[in-house]
Design a protein around this ligand. Structure first.
Ligand SMILES: [Zn+2]
Length: 97
């Protein structure tokens, strides 16, 4: 086989590897037992966290779920609650006065 075919195959293979690495966030793939801790900032209160596996809500800054024991290997921020509370507060201002 001519060398240029191998160079083409090699380039395609490297491109695939790079695409896989990027889609994994640069980490090696590890699909077993994926758990994400969802951080929810609050407007008035301290942040709380939600387990993506069992849905437990907790305040401890831990990377292990206090309810189901899942180990979180990723943290995601969900600020919808924060925005909701901030918007609510604006509404309250108008109604209370
Ligand atoms: Zn859990």
């Amino acid at each position: 086989m001519p060398a240029y075919i191998w160079i083409g195959v090699g380039a395609a293979f490297i491109a695939l590897l790079l695409a896989a690495a990027v889609s994994n966030g640069g980490r090696t793939s590890e699909t077993k037992g994926k758990a994400t801790r969802i951080d929810r900032p609050h407007y008035y209160d301290r942040d709380d966290h939600v387990c993506s596996v069992c849905g437990a809500e907790f305040r401890q800054n831990t990377m292990t779920c206090p309810r189901c024991g899942a180990r979180f290997d990723a943290v995601k921020t969900d600020d919808r609650k924060f925005i909701e509370e901030m918007t609510d507060e604006d509404d309250w201002d108008g109604e209370d006065d």
